[in-house]
Design a binder for this molecule. Structure first.
Ligand code: T3D
Length: 263
């Protein structure tokens, strides 16, 4: 079986690399299967306290493999466009957002279609200066998926989201960072060094609190202020019950660095 997702363990970080470089890491069913298994393994392993996702070669991910779709539609056969969304793309977004640990995305090159929105579903996105983001869907008669129509207006506002989705033009990484679509751009040569350092830093932080912060971020857009205040209370109750909170307070008072265990 081809290794379509390379899995490396760097201390408490699980580094996952999409590995179909000759097709810019476009998604096939096999790639989906391997990525889902790798994410589930990272989620279940208490020793993993951060995930780093990137792509092999010159692209990050070009979305759905269109060759596979051409085959499926050969001879005028009907194609169920919602089927793959239900089976693979929606569960992928849910896996990332429900992961009880931070997910860093290192966008090493072009991120198109579902590949662009895969990056946006991660918690912190770093991109190489040469990378670009492309809502390619309308170019081929499709609509944004993989959470794009949710993430884009929230990240960059309706005006920019509309132009991105309706025109399908590529946004260079630096512009994406200026717009707030992603966190930071770094030189290509240092992308993986920076991304690994960032993931390692996150892995040394109080993992349970970080997971609660993810929940709060995701809830904030749909909540009223009162609902969010209540959620902050409930999340703080959980965070304050962790050993990491005790350690954080002790370390502060003892004027030393905290050693969080993620529990
Ligand atoms: O059906 C469903 O399941 C619904 C869900 C859909 C989700 C989606 O993601 S829909 C959007 C699908 N993706 C695209 O439309 C993007 C297609 N790719 C491109 O537009 C361009 O490749 C890029 C702008 C991303 C990069 O352009 P460029 O010039 O840097 O590279 P290239 O030469 O086009 O691509 C290099 C190779 O990768 C090439 O293969 P070859 O000719 O050398 O053998 C190209 O065909 C292949 N490739 C790139 N993207 C895909 C792909 N092969 C299959 N599927 C792709 N999506």
């Amino acid at each position: 079986m081809a290794e379509l997702v390379l899995i490396e363990r760097a201390q408490a970080v699980s580094v996952l690399t999409l590995n179909r470089p000759e097709k810019l890491n476009a998604f096939t069913t096999e790639l989906h299967q391997q990525l889902a298994a790798a994410l589930d393994a990272a989620a279940a392993d208490d020793g993993v306290r951060a995930v780093l996702l990137t792509g092999a070669g010159r692209g990050f991910c070009a979305g759905q493999d269109l060759q596979a779709r051409a085959l499926a539609m050969a001879d005028g056969r009907p194609f169920d466009g919602g089927g793959a969304i239900e089976a693979w793309y929606n569960p992928l977004v849910r896996r990332l957002r429900r992961m009880q640990k931070p997910v860093v995305c290192a966008v090493n090159g072009v991120a198109a279609g579902a590949g662009a929105n895969l990056a946006l579903a991660c918690d912190i996105v770093l991109a190489a200066r040469s990378a670009s983001f492309l809502q390619a869907f309308c170019r081929i008669g499709l609509v944004p998926d993989t959470g794009g129509s949710f993430f884009l207006p929230r990240l960059v506002g309706r005006a920019r989201a509309a132009a991105l989705m309706l025109l399908g033009d590529a946004v260079p990484a630096e512009e994406a960072a200026r717009w707030g679509l992603i966190w930071r751009v770094v030189d290509d040569a240092v992308l993986m060094t920076e991304a690994r350092a960032l993931a390692a830093r996150l892995a040394a932080q109080p993992t349970r609190a970080l997971a609660l912060i993810k929940t709060m971020l995701d809830a904030s857009h749909g909540n009223s202020l009162d609902q969010q205040l209540d959620l902050e209370r409930d999340m703080q109750k959980i965070a304050a019950g962790t050993a990491d909170f005790r350690e954080g307070v002790a370390a502060f008072l003892e004027k030393r660095s905290a050693k969080f265990r993620g529990a």
